[in-house]
Design a protein around this ligand. Structure first.
Ligand SMILES: Cc1cc2nc3c(=O)[nH]c(=O)nc-3n(C[C@H](O)[C@H](O)[C@H](O)COP(=O)(O)O)c2cc1C
Length: 396
């Protein structure tokens, strides 16, 4: 018998563990089928994340059912090093109709309806469990949204009332800024770019849509408590020289500001102006933003040259250089190929922990899972850096 989902505040349990042996598709499927049958019986819902041999699970439901299943989970030989994480985080169910869904960057095909999650987010989650609440809220936020293409159309073409409805729908979820990056800014920008390239959007509509997306990011950032500025936290955000799209830079600025950095903007026309701007203050971070809408592969060589020139011109070793834009959001690791220290602000990474991201980017380079894709990206990037450009984007 399937129990009804009562309106009582649910008991929640969150834990992480390590798979005793790597799980393949079949093993994950079996685990999910077994879990769903019993969860339906006990009235439980939740989300199971599997990444890099680690589990992270959110279980919610009536207290006695959650505790019974939790005891089974503790005894289960398929995983080890089970570590309960602080709970509860939410007064209501985050996943009221998911008997247990899987989110796995490694096994996107294990289930037809696996939750799409960005590899970088998954990786960071396995390294920093303190972002688990934001991550889980982010998934709950994602499932409440229309598709990226629908959102793109509303933003680019919608009348004000329709746009306001979408804005309110996003705001009422009070999403973490990182979730807005993962689930709205990145996918919606990309959808806009694709529709424009397929002639389904006019240039003016694209500009309007990007402007509205920027306003949305600012509204969400305004909802969040601002963190105290960090010592030495001055950041310079610039559109990469030659980049006409400014939205990516705005997203980066909002994200850095929300993370407690003191942000300045500059619009250098060339590398010399950029270096002059950098010399005017003691910046800890330089963020070079490319378009969030178009991949700009043909600009990567210039961007790499800019970064090299900046490093040669400045003697301060503390300057960290970040890059963002569609090309970087789609290719983890590309940032290091162009000589930056990391990628992502406003384009798919948690902005609250910039330092950890920089450490990670420096120490690891890129995601081990992405190694195969990485080889192809590296090859492309090396060609680009030698000046062998692929065909350029229309409209540039
Ligand atoms: C990572 C992981 C997550 C699991 N999640 C659930 C779950 O959500 N619900 C559930 O009933 N069993 C879950 N299980 C399986 C239980 O540990 C257990 O095998 C199953 O509930 C059968 O219980 P029993 O052996 O006490 O009869 C999970 C096991 C693992 C290793």
């Amino acid at each position: 018998m399937q129990q009804s989902l009562s309106s009582e505040p649910p008991r929640q349990r969150v834990y992480r563990s390590r798979a005793a042996r790597p799980m393949d598709h079949a093993a994950l499927r079996h685990l999910l089928e077994q879990s769903r049958t019993r969860n339906a019986h006990e009235g439980l819902t939740g989300l199971l994340v599997y990444h890099d041999g680690c589990f992270l699970q959110w279980l919610e439901g009536p207290a006695d059912g959650v505790e019974r299943v939790w005891r089974s989970i503790l005894r289960d030989g398929r995983h080890i090093e089970i570590e309960a994480l602080p709970t509860p985080w939410s007064p209501v169910r985050l996943f009221p109709d998911w008997r247990m869904r899987l989110a796995s960057g490694e096994h996107p095909a294990a289930e037809a309806d696996a939750v799409p999650v960005d590899l970088l987010a998954m990786h960071r989650l396995s390294q920093h469990t303190d972002i688990a609440p934001d991550f889980m809220q982010g998934i709950a936020f994602w499932r409440s949204l229309p598709s990226p293409e629908e959102m793109a159309l509303v933003l680019c073409r919608g009348e004000e009332p329709e746009v306001n409805r979408l804005r309110d729908r996003v705001l009422e979820q009070r999403p973490p800024l990182s979730a807005l990056g993962w689930h709205v800014v990145g996918p919606v920008s990309r959808a806009m770019g694709e529709m424009w390239m397929d002639d389904r959007l006019q240039g003016a509509e694209l500009v309007l849509g990007q402007g509205r997306l920027q306003l949305l990011v600012r509204r969400v950032a305004g909802q969040r408590p601002r963190r105290a500025p960090r010592p030495g936290g001055q950041a310079l955000v610039v559109p990469a020289p030659g980049e006409q799209h400014l939205a990516g830079a705005t997203f980066a600025a909002v994200a850095l500001d929300a993370a407690g950095w003191e942000v300045s903007f500059a619009f250098p026309r060339d590398d010399a102006e950029l270096v002059a701007a950098l010399r005017s203050r003691d910046y800890g971070v330089l963020h070079l933003a490319q378009s969030a809408v178009f991949a700009r592969e043909d600009r990567l060589a210039d961007l790499a040259a800019t970064i090299q020139r900046v490093r040669q011109s400045l003697t301060r070793p503390l300057l960290q250089i970040l890059v963002s834009g569609r090309a970087f959001a789609e290719n983890p690791g590309l940032s290091t190929v162009v000589g930056a220290d990391g990628d992502g602000l406003g384009q798919g990474s948690d902005v609250g922990d910039l330092q950890a991201m920089l450490r990670w980017a420096g120490a690891r380079g890129w995601l081990p899972e992405a190694a195969a894709a990485q080889a192809a990206v590296d090859k492309l990037a090396r060609q680009l850096l030698r000046g062998q450009f692929p065909e350029s984007h229309p409209g540039d």
